[in-house]
Design a protein around this ligand. Structure first.
Ligand SMILES: [Zn+2]
Length: 222
């Protein structure tokens, strides 16, 4: 790809896939092998920038960087790390909207490898299955912890919840700031990005409005 096209795709934050594009052999190496390989390569990048890795303050940085990438920021690339989402029978026959809002979200833009930080708001209307509330937060964290595009993150969370809960009646809204927009490029400090994905009864505007009204309650306390 030529450099002009690379920059255009990055700044438009375009994504072409719902699945995160990973190699077939992505998880053949152990985490420890990956950490030590990334440690080596990031050390090379630092040296290329002219940094002196024998300095006490910098000498541990390549290792810290490798460990942070594999174990923290990008643990969600590996399907083995997916949280177990135990569901329960909807014994009470609850059929109203259940909303989990202000789920904090930390992700990474795959075009610039800079942080995306914000909140997710999720609602579903149960059929036969319900899920522990904290599991929704864990699922958001899992899909966030990989190089992402916000639209794809939104769809991945939606699809997973629809499959897990065995209903189309799910809505996911993400509002987030992208450091690649606030700190470089256009350097807009105040803008944020909102993405909305939904299915089933949320195609109906009345249901969406009930959800959005509930989200705004925090901003307008009675
Ligand atoms: Zn970006």
């Amino acid at each position: 790809m030529d450099k002009k096209k690379i920059e255009t795709i990055g700044d438009n934050h375009l994504s072409f896939n719902i699945e995160t594009p990973v190699l077939e052999n992505a998880f053949e190496k152990s985490d420890e092998q990956k950490i030590s390989a990334i440690q080596f390569h990031f050390g090379e990048i630092m040296k290329e920038l002219g940094l002196d890795l024998t300095d006490d303050s910098l000498s541990g940085t390549p290792y810290r960087f490798g460990k942070m990438y594999v174990k923290e920021l990008f643990y969600g690339l590996n399907p083995a790390n997916k949280p177990r989402l135990a569901t329960f029978q909807n014994k009470y026959g609850f059929q109203k909207m259940l909303i989990e809002k202000n789920i904090s979200l930390d992700s990474t833009c795959e075009h610039h490898f800079l942080p995306i930080t914000g909140n997710a708001h999720i609602a579903y209307i149960p059929k036969d299955k319900v899920i522990g509330l904290s599991k929704i937060n864990r699922l958001v964290d899992y899909y966030s912890r990989r190089p992402q595009v916000q639209e794809r993150l939104c769809v991945q969370i939606l699809n997973d919840l629809q499959n897990t809960l065995e209903t189309e009646d799910v809505i996911v809204v993400i509002n987030a700031k992208h450091l690649c927009v606030t700190s470089r490029g256009i350097e807009d400090k105040s803008s944020s990005t909102t993405t909305t994905e939904y299915g089933g009864c949320f195609e109906n505007i009345q249901n969406r409005n009930e959800f959005f009204n509930c989200l705004s309650l925090d901003n307008h306390p009675q």
